[in-house]
Each structure stands twice: as C-alpha cells, then as structure tokens.
Design a protein around this ligand. Structure first.
Ligand code: TYM
Length: 336
C-alpha cells in the first residue's frame, strides 16, 4: 500500500524551543511510520528577516541534528535543506505571477513582523507565503503537520493551488494537489513563559520567555522559577482569566505524557510553589534523551552530510517532476 505523504519544515533561526517541538517535530515523529515524510530545513525563509551569515550554516546543521535527536528515522523520513533543491525558488517565481498582491498583504504574520521591523521590511517577507506554498506544492503532500500559527499560510497555499489549477489545468487533471493541514490541538499553541497571551517564539528578545530544546537543566529550572504565574491557589485548565496557568498545565500534561483529566485532578489544589518543581522535573526528563542524542549526532559531521546528500537526491527528484508539470502547464518550452 502506498503511504500518504507528509511534508513540513522549521526555519533555522536558532533557539529551537518547546513550541517547535510540541507543536510540530514531536508530531512528525509520532506519526512517521504511518506516512512517507519529507522534512526540511527552511533556510530560504530564514533570510526574510535580518540574519547573520556566520550563523546560518551552523543553525542549519543544528536543526538537522535536532530532527534526528528528536527521533526522525531515515527509514520513514527524508531530511533535506530547502536551498539545496533549487525548484523551491523557481516555483516561487512562477507562483508569484499568479498570486494577487492583496492576498499577501493580508497575512497576519507579515503584518506582525512588518510592524516589528518598521522601515526595514524586504520584499521577501511579503513573499514568504508564496515560498511556503511552493515548498508544499512541489511534494504533493497529503498532510502538512504544523502549529496553529501556520494555519493561514496553509489556507493561502490551497488558494494558490486552486487558482493555478483553475487557470492552467484541465478540471479533471489538476496539476497541483491541495494539502490538508494537520494541527494537533494539544501543543498547537505553546505560549510564552513571560506572557500567557503571546506565543512562545524564537525571535522573542527575552530568552526567559521560552524553554529551548538545548537548555541545560539549571537553565530550565531558572526559567520555570522566574516564569509568570498568578496569585491564585488551585491550578485549572481553560480559565480565560489565567492564560499562564493553562499554558503551564498544558506543558506539564504533554511533557509528562499524562491525560488532561489526570493533570486537572492532580493540580486542582496545588499552589505554584508545589507545581513548579514538578514541571521542572518533567521538562528536564523529557529533554534529556534529546540532548544526549543531539550531542552524539553533532559529533559526526560526516554522517550529517550523508543524511543531507541522500535527502537532497530524493527530494529533488519529486520536486523537479512537479516543477516540470507546472512549467508545461504554463506553456514553457522544454530546455533543449
Ligand atoms: P517556524 O520555524 O516558525 O516553526 C516551526 C514549527 O513550529 C511550530 N511552532 C509552534 N507550535 C506551537 N506553539 C508555538 N509557540 C510554536 N512556534 C512555532 C510552527 O507552527 C511550525 O510548525 N513557515 C514555517 C516553516 C515552513 C514550513 C514550510 C512549514 C516553511 N515552509 C512548509 C510547513 C510547510 C515557519 O516559519 O515555522
């Protein structure tokens, strides 16, 4: 039986955190044996905001190391780097020419980042969702597992694919396949440790706002000690007045592998002084195997390179095939 295909990626911008893990990578690993998985490092996306060229390669390798350390298995998953497959950039240009400008101007992430960056906004930031649509559409995946914040980009991807098919393909033979988002509610929106109404983010200037996957135990302990809470005794889920409480209980539930009912019962009479050490303990325990494996994988640069070499070959074959179908539909000549 042919397995359904999954595609997803993370930007190599350092500070990989619990949101990236619980909202995305953990779900890729959990479902990987059911699917044929294509998981990449979105390095072309990483330069849509000001970046440091001295860090890009190291952050890219570090992310590949984390993919492997979190449990991606090469038997089920192809790991590759976006910029190694030039079809991503080429399809972006072609799709740019069918994407209305106002669709991009309406994207929430663009607006938020553009406000943060003031005058320093480049065209790439606006065009980012078309690059993301290309990343996805090239591989014709069935499912795209992401956190909640990427939902709007996936809707746009479907809109672009529909528009392309409508304009350039026969109704019975669409060229581009419409992907389905796969958003697992638990963990889909991990919030900042400093403010339970904002999402945990790689770009938050305060490192205290997030737990990074590579934080040592002392730092995890310190961050949880310092994280924002409230003065109320008794910890409950889903109280809109207590966003930090909901977030920290959710983290505890996911990292301890407990059910919501069990956590609700366990914590209903607790104060923060009792809860925080528990959360610290499960967080350190959940990250330890990842951190140990990460060190081992990163020590073998030759292995990482071989993973990326074979990943590129597999990805390129599929991506180029789709790119050629798109070019044919648009009426391009075949290179002689
Ligand atoms: P990025 O690098 O910002 O985040 C990677 C993944 O982590 C999820 N995520 C979160 N989930 C829960 N809570 C949070 N606080 C949190 N923060 C991040 C994101 O939803 C994402 O799944 N544009 C994408 C990368 C990308 C991509 C793609 C993804 C480029 N092309 C094609 C899927 C398919 C991004 O910037 O993710």
């Amino acid at each position: 039986m042919v397995r359904q295909r999954v595609l997803s990626g993370v930007q190599p911008t350092g500070n990989y955190h619990l949101g990236n893990y619980l909202g995305a990578i953990r779900n890729w690993v959990a479902g990987q044996s059911q699917y044929d998985n294509f998981l990449f490092v979105a390095d072309l996306h990483a330069i849509t905001v000001p970046h440091d060229p001295k860090r890009l390669a190291a952050d890219t390798y570090s992310l590949v190391g984390l993919y492997l350390a979190c449990g991606l298995d090469l038997k089920d998953s192809t790991i590759f780097v976006q910029s190694h497959v030039s079809a991503h950039s080429e399809l972006t240009w072609l799709l740019n020419c069918i994407t209305p400008l106002n669709w991009l101007e309406d994207m929430i992430q663009f607006r938020e980042k553009a406000i943060k960056q003031g005058e320093n906004v480049n065209t790439g930031l606006l065009d980012y969702p078309v690059l993301m649509a290309s990343d996805i559409l090239l591989y014709k995946p069935d499912k795209v597992p992401v956190g909640e914040d990427q939902k709007q980009h996936l809707e746009l991807t479907r809109d672009i694919a529909n528009r392309f098919n409508h304009q350039f393909a026969h109704p019975k033979q669409p060229v581009l396949k419409l992907p389905e988002p796969l958003i697992i509610a638990e963990g889909a929106r991990v919030m900042s440790l400093a403010d339970g109404t904002r999402k945990m983010s790689k770009s938050d200037p305060s490192d205290l706002s997030r737990i990074n996957l590579l934080d040592p135990p002392e730092q995890i302990e310190y961050k949880i000690k310092r994280c924002k809470t409230d003065p109320i005794r008794g910890l409950v889920f889903d109280d809109p007045e207590r966003p930090e409480c909901n977030n920290l209980l959710t983290l505890y539930m996911l990292l301890a592998g407990k059910t919501k009912t069990a956590v609700a019962a366990e914590c209903q009479d607790m104060g923060w002084g009792q809860f925080k050490p528990l959360l610290t303990e499960v967080t350190i325990a959940a990250l330890k195997p990842i951190q140990d494996k990460y060190q081992a994988v990163m020590d073998d640069q030759g292995y990482l390179e071989s993973v990326l070499r074979s990943g590129r070959q597999k990805a390129e074959a599929i991506a180029n095939d789709t790119l050629n179908q798109v070019k044919a539909a648009l009426g391009y000549t075949v290179p002689l």
